[in-house]
Design a protein around this ligand. Structure first.
Ligand SMILES: [Zn+2]
Length: 287
């Protein structure tokens, strides 16, 4: 059964570790993340972006697949199914589809409008028992032409959004989606510290977890980060493993063309990456 992310994140923040959000793209991805969480007895959040939702034939299909898989695989660790960077409209679609958690990304709206829409969704999620992530201060990406520092959120604005009653708060602290540029200035711990001081117990979310050095991850957790999003790193690991399979000519040997055989090394690579992250984040045996 799916749960919302509230309890796992409150525990993580209090226990000074972080729960990983691993974005899923297909059945193999979902299975790899769920099996690893179960093997390591770790809580887990499955992230679904609008693009991935569309690719998997819509949020309803995703929710049905995840729900059935949790049951079929006998998964007993807490699993939340979470919309990643949701638009206002997609938030409602996911609530309807049976997600247990949503992110409303209103960071591109003026702060007043972000507050109004977030507040409305706080009330809806409270009624339906979902957890809600809000975002303040846009998180950059290399494709946006952002180099060096990502954006840093205003701690006072973070407090305004946190006070609305959201479950978790994503705030830009110089983090970036995708691969980090060589001249990246690193996370702004000064900003993170200021945000945590203003928002108290609020679990903070670190987006763009791929390529942030382990010592920075640990420091971020010590300053209140309780959820870390991982996406690109699993994609790179998956594709490299499938590439190796083909480059070694294994698809041409025997029944190596069987898609279950072709995708097996990629699936294993996701499992290895997820394990490494759960160990780094400290969520192993915290289910
Ligand atoms: Zn993100």
């Amino acid at each position: 059964m799916l749960v919302n992310a509230k309890e796992m994140l409150v525990k993580a923040k209090a226990g000074k570790y972080a729960v990983g959000q691993f974005n899923i793209n297909n059945l193999e991805w979902t299975k790899a993340v769920l099996e690893t969480a179960q093997e390591l007895s770790s809580p887990v959040i499955l992230g679904v972006s609008a693009g991935a939702g569309k690719y998997m034939c819509g949020f309803k299909t995703v929710a049905a697949m995840v729900d059935a898989m949790v049951d079929s695989l006998g998964i007993t660790v807490p699993v939340a199914l979470h919309l990643d960077h949701g638009t206002y409209e997609d938030c409602y679609k996911c609530i309807e589809a049976g997600f247990s958690s949503i992110m409303f990304d209103g960071s591109h709206y003026p702060i007043e409008e972000n507050i109004a829409k977030t507040k409305e969704l706080v009330d809806v999620c409270a009624q339906k028992g979902l957890s809600l992530e809000a975002e303040v201060g846009a998180i950059g990406g290399e494709e946006d032409g952002v180099v060096g520092m990502g954006e840093c959120a205003n701690p006072d604005e973070c407090k305004m959004i946190a006070d609305l009653g959201v479950t978790m708060l994503a705030a830009g602290i110089g983090n970036i989606h995708g691969k980090y540029p060589a001249n990246w200035a690193g996370l702004s711990f000064e900003t993170l510290d200021a945000i945590q001081q203003k928002t108290g117990d609020m679990p903070l979310v670190l987006h763009g977890g791929t390529g942030i050095p382990a010592d920075m991850i640990k420091k971020a957790i010590s300053l209140g980060v309780a959820k870390i999003n991982v996406n690109t790193e699993c994609q790179i690991a998956f594709t490299a493993a499938v590439r190796k399979y083909i480059e070694e000519g294994k698809d041409l040997q025997g029944k190596g063309f069987d898609p279950r055989k072709l995708l097996a090394p990629g699936t294993q690579a996701i499992k290895d990456t997820v394990k490494e992250k759960m160990e780094l984040f400290g969520s192993v045996n915290k289910a």
